[in-house]
Every structure is written in structure tokens, then in C-alpha cells.
Design a protein around this ligand. Structure first.
Ligand code: ADP
Ligand code: ADP
Length: 224
């Protein structure tokens, strides 16, 4: 059983101004779309969920454990694709992932097998030995997912992953996320509503630091 539970989570960068305000939310496996305009608090919330920032008040429980008390329990199970993910263009996907696996501290003997498995999961196995400089934007984003999967995480956080992709690559990427979410919780931060319609089973909408809606995407999108 996998559960991420937020209890009245708030975060302030400065005294008085709450970037995240009293967010309560319980999530299990599946893709959750996190939607909201610039400044809504999405990045701040993801920083708290990934233990980069500590909630000012409230708590976050990962499978029942307070992440402020046991951050390592969550970190071990966390995969993250940042918004500005960059690749070494001169390396092949296989070389780049092996490098990242070493940086992340995977045991040397398991690196090759794990890299292979991750390339397979994102559908890049057949082109794994090509230079990343020759990859399309969509392929690079799939490399980004592959690196996030190296430690076999149960929580995958992806930040605005489809920006700059063409429609076909975007569709393929959404499909991949939905597939990965069978056994994981995938948190997809995006401002692209169609990303959520196509891949998210659940939608959370933030504005002004607050959670404004949580539920089925169809209900909200139909009302809009
Ligand atoms: P996005 O909206 O794409 O999530 P932002 O443009 O809000 O990103 O923020 C980009 C970077 O600037 C982040 O690292 C964030 O911490 C920082 N930042 C955003 N707003 C402020 C602010 N008011 N003061 C200082 N840093 C900020
Ligand atoms: P989003 O990711 O939805 O664009 P953010 O979490 O980046 O929203 O921002 C939420 C609020 O926190 C905004 O008012 C933003 O200006 C502020 N903020 C973000 N990062 C910082 C920072 N490093 N220092 C001060 N304020 C920040």
C-alpha cells in the first residue's frame, strides 16, 4: 500500500506570506495532475513533498511516516524530473544513465542491468547507443524519466514535462506516465490542461497557495 498524505501543510518563504496555505490531500497510486497558474504554489509544494523544504506548519506522511522525521524513507523512494532537465549531448543515453546511476550511488554491479531496465521502460532501448545530441525533445524527456526511475521509486514527481514537445511526443509522454503509474504515485505539475485530461486520474488545482479543487479531472474540465 502506497499513501502520501498531506495534513494542513503550509509553507512561507517570508513571515506572513504563505506560498502554500493549509493544503490537505491524500494520494495513492496513479497520476495526479497538479494544475495552477504561475505563483500558485506548485513548485513550493513539490519542494516540500520532495523534502527539499520543510513544511512551516502541518505534516506530510509517506506510508504513515512523517517525512520531516524520517526524510530518508521518502528520499529512497523518490524519483524526480526537474523542469529544466538537461543532458550531456556528447554521451549516449546508456552512457549518460550509467553516469547518473554512479552519481546516485547505485552499486556498480547493478548499474548496467538497471540502466537497461529503465531504457526499456521508457521505450528507448533500441536507440540507447545514439548520441543524446541527436535525440528529439520528447526522447530527451524520456531520458529524464529513465533517470528518475533508476532507484525504482514509488513516488515520481515531474515538473512541467511536456513544455516544448510536439503533439505526438506529448501524447507518447502522457501514455508513458499513465503506464508507470500502475504501481507508483506520479505527481505531474503542469499548466497544460490537456496533459491532465489525457493522463491524470486525479486532479488537484492550486491558486494563491491554496488547494481549490481535488477530484476527477472530468468534473472540473466539464464545468470550465
Ligand atoms: P515556476 O513558476 O515555473 O515554478 P518561478 O518562476 O515561480 O517558477 O520560480 C523560478 C525560481 O525563482 C524558483 O527557484 C523560485 O524559488 C524562485 N522564485 C520565485 N519567486 C520568487 C520570489 N518572489 N523571490 C525569490 N525567489 C523566487
Ligand atoms: P508555482 O510553482 O505554482 O508557480 P511557486 O511555488 O513557485 O508557484 O510560488 C508560490 C509563491 O511563493 C509565489 O508567490 C512566489 O513568488 C513565492 N516564492 C517562490 N519561491 C520563492 C523564494 N525562493 N523566495 C520567496 N518567495 C518565493
Amino acid at each position: 500500500m502506497l499513501e502520501l498524505s498531506l495534513e494542513s501543510v503550509s509553507y512561507s518563504y517570508r513571515r506572513g506570506h504563505l506560498a502554500v496555505s493549509d493544503v490537505g490531500l491524500t494520494l495513492g497510486t496513479g497520476v495526479v495532475g497538479l494544475l495552477g497558474p504561475n505563483g500558485a504554489g506548485k513548485s513550493t509544494l513539490m519542494r516540500v513533498l520532495s523534502t527539499l523544504a520543510r513544511a512551516s506548519t502541518g505534516r506530510v506522511l509517506w506510508c504513515g511516516e512523517d517525512i520531516a522525521r524520517k526524510p530518508d524513507a521518502l528520499r529512497r523512494e523518490l524519483g524526480y524530473l526537474p523542469q529544466d532537465f538537461g543532458v550531456y549531448e556528447a554521451l549516449s543515453a546508456r552512457e549518460f544513465l550509467a553516469f547518473l546511476a554512479a552519481v546516485k550511488g547505485l552499486p556498480a554491479r547493478s548499474v548496467a542491468g538497471r540502466v537497461d531496465a529503465c531504457l526499456e521502460m521508457v521505450g528507448l532501448h533500441d536507440v540507447a547507443d545514439r548520441r543524446l545530441g541527436d535525440y528529439s525533445g520528447g526522447m530527451r524527456q524520456r531520458v529524464g524519466i529513465a533517470q528518475a526511475l533508476l532507484n525504482d521509486p514509488r513516488l515520481l514527481i515531474v515538473d512541467e514535462p511536456t513544455v516544448g514537445l510536439d503533439p505526438e511526443e506529448r501524447a507518447r509522454f502522457r501514455h508513458l506516465l499513465a503506464e508507470l503509474a500502475g504501481q507508483r504515485l506520479v505527481i505531474l505539475s503542469t499548466h497544460i490542461v490537456s496533459d491532465i485530461e489525457a493522463s491524470a486520474g486525479e486532479l488537484a488545482v492550486m491558486a494563491g497557495g491554496r488547494l481549490r479543487y481535488h477530484g476527477a479531472p472530468e468534473t472540473l474540465i466539464a464545468a470550465a
